[in-house]
Write a protein that binds this ligand. Structure first.
Ligand SMILES: Cc1cc2nc3c(=O)[nH]c(=O)nc-3n(C[C@H](O)[C@H](O)[C@H](O)COP(=O)(O)O)c2cc1C
Length: 399
């Protein structure tokens, strides 16, 4: 520790991966992530969850969550991805209003799993210091034997920023500039043995050093789901996993986003893998699934969706959703239901063959990782084990 590394915060010109990029692929042709298991109701904004709260809403309670994680791990899910929440969306269901934080849940999940990667979601804009998260992350990676990863969120929710003392939400460009500095410093702290001096506009660090180092070399895997122009650029420049999305669920839009991700990353001398947020309602047959979907839609939690739309839309668009008497809040039925059932994620609705086919179609346009929130996650893991994963194996998508 005799030398001292001085990092100039010229982060927009790189190098973006001091020490190199870690291998992010698990070796499965199609990777599967168990998503949003740590917050109440996950991706389901529907009063249908109140019909059996233990099953549909409160599965994040540890006795259930720990069983689900162990099950997902046993049947080969590649990753668990937490949903990072500080404010919920309220409404009749208290959508996402309770849940386990990134540090507690990430570390606890290491204790009940053996193979899967464990992604904690950290809002880097909420006054954490990169030293804190580099230390927590290194230790979570250490105790999980190299399985911890971080989903970096720049932050977008007004009430969250207020909770952390901001009078107003900083604009998207500032949030992603902060994220750039944050992630750059964290990468240096993880990848190098010598102490780091860092002089950024938002973060400073003198003699920064963490020990133990992460087990995964050169550092834990970084995920980012920025979708605005600044966000997507940041993801391709700084993260190992990026996300494709399509407001209308069109496969061509996904293909376009996947290609854009790879070409942008290549421009920065990097490689990325691409995930998509997905929502799954699965039954024994397509007809039964359609009945369940109709029930979920009929019971959509309008107040929670209104709050979500007003608070959490991307940095690229600001909305003021009131909707008056319109039960679809002026969004139109299709977009409204995409929020209610899956928070805008890609929808896998149907019997087992149909769900597997839909996964295959999304994989064929270049999506490597299906990051799935399930309406009924305890049952869904059984259905995945007994029906869907065997079909995916037959299709050559899972070993
Ligand atoms: C798969 C996925 C997971 C996400 N997880 C979270 C999360 O846990 N917490 C959160 O506040 N935002 C989350 N987001 C929001 C994104 O980080 C991002 O802020 C959003 O897509 C808008 O993009 P923008 O920030 O570039 O405007 C997620 C988005 C996706 C697609």
């Amino acid at each position: 520790m005799s030398t001292r590394r001085t990092v100039k915060a010229e982060i927009l010109r790189g190098p973006f991966d001091p020490g190199g990029q870690p291998e992010a692929a698990t070796g499965q042709p199609m990777e599967l992530s168990f998503f949003a298991w740590n917050v109440s109701s996950g991706l389901s904004a529907t009063k249908a969850v109140l019909s059996d709260p233990a099953r549909y809403k409160d599965y994040w309670h540890w006795p259930t969550a720990s069983r689900m994680l162990a099950h997902a791990d046993r049947i080969g899910f590649d990753h668990q991805v937490q949903y990072g929440m500080w404010s919920g969306w309220g409404g009749a269901t208290g959508w996402n209003s309770e849940g386990l934080d990134f540090a507690t849940a990430g570390t606890a999940s290491a204790m009940v799993t053996e193979h899967m990667n464990l992604f904690g979601t950290v809002h880097v804009g909420y006054r954490f210091h990169p030293m804190h998260i580099a230390k927590l992350g290194a230790c979570a990676d250490f105790v999980s034997n190299g399985r911890w990863g971080i989903n970096v969120v720049a932050g977008m929710i007004h009430t969250d920023f207020a909770k952390f003392g901001f009078k107003e939400r900083p604009p998207g460009s500032v949030r992603y500039d902060m994220a750039d500095e944050f992630v750059t410093l964290m990468k240096y702290l993880w990848a190098y043995d010598d102490p780091v001096d860092f002089e950024g506009e938002y973060y400073q660090c003198y003699g920064g050093y963490v020990a133990p180092k992460p087990i995964r070399k050169p550092r834990p895997i970084i995920m980012n789901a920025g979708l605005s122009e600044e966000g997507f650029d940041f993801a391709c420049r700084q993260a190992d996993w990026v996300f494709a999305a399509s407001p209308k669920g069109s496969l061509e839009d996904y293909r376009w986003a996947v290609e854009k991700a790879h070409s942008l990353a290549a421009k920065y001398g990097r490689r990325v893998r691409v995930g998509a947020m997905c929502y799954c309602v699965m039954e024994d047959s397509d007809e039964q699934a359609a009945e369940t979907v109709a029930w979920l839609e009929e019971e959509a939690d309008i107040e929670a969706i209104r709050f979500f739309m007003n608070q959490a839309v991307g940095t690229s668009s600001e909305m003021d959703v009131e909707g008056g008497q319109d039960r679809y809040l002026g969004l139109g039925r299709e977009q409204f239901m995409k929020v209610a059932l899956g928070m805008h994620g890609h929808q896998f609705f149907g019997g087992y063959e149909t769900v597997a086919e839909k996964m295959r179609a999304l994989h064929e346009v270049g999506v490597d990782n299906m990051v799935i929130g399930f309406f009924d996650p305890q049952r869904a893991l059984v259905q995945m084990e007994e029906h869907v994963i065997p079909i995916l194996r037959r299709m050559g998508l899972r070993h």
